[in-house]
Design a protein around this ligand. Structure first.
Ligand code: C2E
Ligand code: CA
Ligand code: CA
Length: 686
């Protein structure tokens, strides 16, 4: 804490005290000398006055004693008393007999105790009386006593004035000196002190001391200049120190060759990334990338080229991956560490791994020499494989070493199950990209039955993938993959085209059925989806009423306005819209009212446990009632038993679909089924 600056500590006050002290003492001493000298003068003038008086009356007094004339003597004495200061006057014979005499008391005055010791209360003068002709003969004596009070008072008055003026001069001088000192020194010094407190110790040269005006060339100016020069010098020294420190820091924290963070820095960054992933509940992948056979590249091409290759790898990784989601580092001579943040699953990490492998394996040309390199990657996932940075890095490094034993230019996940799953999924994705061109898809159709009339009113088209090796792959397996990589758009268009073609064929064969086609959320987001659908209808020359599109609740929740607009256009054209899997999503009344929807499909999960699970039964009932009140027809999906069918019919559900009636069928089988179903119906009616 800064001590408060007490006024008594001001230099100018101290100067004032001293000056006042010295001036007062000097004033007192000088006045005392003056007064003493004056006292001497007063003393002398008293004596002189007495001598003059004696000289004045001397002859008359002598005459009175000579002629023994006591009348004259008394006259002389009385004359003397005209003077105020005479206290006693006496003319005596030589034998001491007084001839004439007068006295008056000493004047009373308050200052006597001061002046009496100096001048004595009274002064005695004795004059021997003799005649001019015979100076040796003494006829008598004249005694005069002078009261000193009168002269002493005048002296004292003068002395007081002398002391007072001496002290006044001392005070005025002291004050004048104080003001001058304050203006010339204290005030500018205080300003300088204030300016000094504003100097930033970290950057002293940024804010130098300000010199108060008018002191440029005096001692203050010199001092401020010298101090400012010192501050600038200190600032420069500090800057040099900081730069040196930064350099040392960079050397330790960053790899000299590639400029990437060093292993130590990487561990810190990894910890921070892990904290973030933990907080946001994200998955994080740590990839350790080892260049394959880097030793032999070094031996063949030399260390200089080896260094250049590593720099190129670092540059390529930095450019390809970017800083926002990735943390890059050089872990060892030919090893790089890559952290990928904000993931949902290992599948995304596998994609990144592919990108890394691709960018490293691009041919590099050095001094006319083409060099190809590959790398092998080990991947560990947070939080599945490890939660601590050390363990995670260890896992990734081990995996990388292990992967190198099985070959080059590939990646491997730490956990075998994930590794296998991701590998399979990647393979499936690759196969899927060729499925359309390879004519591996076909459609099956599942009849939809009107429970009241017991007639087949339509069919849902469902895709099937006949994989050349794996056989039939269920749509639940590959549709999500196609949705992620966007190929669902092309596949969905194919389904639509195929279903419309089929509807047209069946119409020609006098089997005019409504075909329901599943429309993925990704498809609905396509700006051209409405035109694509309408063009397809036109191409196959089928009325729009023949087509129903099944959309899930989630697919229009992402961009409600856009979805509403598109569905309205489709509906206006005559296409009916069904909400698929109703009851599993938001099931919000608000959007249902805004949507041009004609059908609600109760998800098969609620039908499966109908009459067994109370909750599911209640949900199915609610959806049926909701359909009634909103004037929407409800389709029960996944009806497998006669009990379910009976219950739904009783409850007022109009349409149904499920294994109880038929599994999804190939077109030929579907035709046979329809023929058989209606045949049975006719027989029953008969
Ligand atoms: P979804 O639209 O809910 O289709 C109904 C699914 O229930 C079909 O499975 C169907 O075979 C099955 N199913 C029908 N009746 C029964 C039954 O009585 N019991 C049981 N347990 N299941 C029954 P599938 O064909 O495997 O299709 C699964 C999902 O794949 C579909 O569910 C749909 O979301 C999607 N999908 C199928 N084909 C396409 C398509 O062409 N395009 C798009 N975008 N998605 C499709
Ligand atoms: Ca469906
Ligand atoms: Ca469904």
């Amino acid at each position: 804490m800064r001590k408060a600056f007490v006024v008594e500590n001001h230099l100018s006050y101290r100067v004032l005290r001293w000056v006042l002290g010295v001036a007062l003492v000097t004033g007192v001493v000088v006045s005392a000398i003056q007064v003493t000298l004056d006292a001497g003068g007063v003393s002398r003038s008293l004596d002189e006055q007495a001598q003059q008086t004696i000289a004045l009356v001397r002859d008359a007094a002598t005459q009175s004693v000579f002629s023994i004339d006591d009348e004259l003597a008394q006259q002389v004495v009385d004359g003397l008393f005209a003077q105020e200061a005479i206290r006693m006057a006496r003319i005596t014979h030589p034998d001491g007999e007084p001839l004439g005499k007068g006295t008056r008391p000493l004047q009373m005055s308050a200052f006597r105790p001061i002046t009496d010791p100096i001048f004595a209360p009274e002064r005695h003068y004795r004059e021997a009386l003799s005649r001019h002709g015979s100076p040796g003969t003494v006829y008598g004596h004249l005694d005069i006593h002078y009261d000193t009070a009168h002269a002493a008072r005048t002296w004292l008055e003068r002395a007081s004035v002398t002391f007072a003026s001496g002290i006044a001069i001392a005070i005025v001088l002291g004050l004048a000196l104080f003001v001058v000192f304050y203006l010339l020194l204290t005030r500018p010094l205080m300003r300088i002190v204030q300016s000094v407190t504003l100097v930033d110790p970290a950057q002293p040269e940024d804010r130098l001391i300000v010199l108060p005006g008018g002191h440029r060339s005096d001692e203050l100016g010199l001092w401020v200049n010298a101090t400012n020069n010192l501050l600038i010098a200190i600032g420069e020294t500090q800057k040099r120190h900081r730069e040196a420190e930064d350099r040392v820091n960079r050397l330790a924290r960053y790899d000299q060759l590639t400029g990437l963070p060093s292993r130590e820095t990487f561990m810190e960054l990894l910890q921070a990334d892990l904290d973030e992933a933990q907080q946001q509940r994200h998955v994080l992948a740590l990839v350790v990338c080892g260049i394959d056979d880097f030793k032999s590249i070094n031996e063949q091409c030399g260390f200089r080229t080896g260094d250049l290759l590593l720099q190129t790898v670092a540059d390529r990784l930095t450019q390809r991956l970017g800083a926002s989601r990735f943390t890059l580092a050089r872990l060892g001579s030919d090893q790089f560490g890559i952290v990928e943040k904000g993931l949902h699953d290992g599948y995304q990490a596998a994609k990144t791994a592919d990108q890394i492998l691709a960018s490293i394996s691009e041919t590099m040309v050095f001094e006319g020499q083409a060099i190809s390199m590959t790398a092998t990657l080990g991947i560990a996932m947070f939080p599945a494989d490890a939660r601590e940075p050390d363990r995670l890095l260890q896992s990734a490094e081990q995996t990388m070493a292990l992967a190198k034993q099985h070959g080059h230019n590939h990646f491997q996940f730490y956990v075998a199950s994930i590794d296998k799953e991701i590998r399979e999924r990647k393979q499936l994705e690759k196969d899927l990209s060729q499925a359309l061109a390879g004519h591996q898809f076909h459609l099956v159709y599942q009849p939809q039955i009107n429970l009241e009339t017991r007639r087949i009113i339509g069919a849902e088209a469902l895709i099937r993938w006949e994989h050349p090796e794996k056989g039939l792959v269920p749509p639940d397996h590959f549709i999500p993959i196609a949705e992620v990589n966007g190929s669902i758009v092309e596949i969905g268009q194919w389904v639509l085209d195929q279903a419309c073609w089929q509807a047209a064929r069946w119409a020609e064969e006098s089997m005019p059925l409504r075909i329901a086609v599943n429309l993925s959320a990704v498809q609905l987001r396509q700006p051209s989806i409405v035109d694509d659908v309408l063009n397809t209808l036109k191409r196959h020359n089928i009325p729009a009423g023949r087509l129903e599109l099944e959309v899930t609740e989630t697919s229009f929740m992402t961009n409600l306005e856009d979805a509403v607009a598109k569905l309205h256009r489709l509906h206006k054209a005559g296409i009916s819209i069904a909400v698929d899997d109703f009851g599993t999503g938001y099931s919000s009344l608000t959007y249902l009212k805004r949507m041009p929807v004609q059908h609600l499909k109760i998800d098969k999960q609620f039908i499966r446990d109908l009459l067994v699970n109370e909750e599911d039964t209640r949900i199915a009932n609610t959806i049926i009632d909701l359909g009634k009140s909103l004037n929407l027809s409800v389709v029960a999906e996944g009806v497998e038993t006669a009990e379910q069918e009976y219950y739904l019919t009783q409850r007022g559900c109009k349409l149904a679909q499920g294994y109880f009636f038929s599994k999804p069928l190939l077109p030929r089988d579907f035709e046979t089924f329809v023929a058989g179903f209606h045949q049975k119906l006719m027989e029953n009616n008969v």
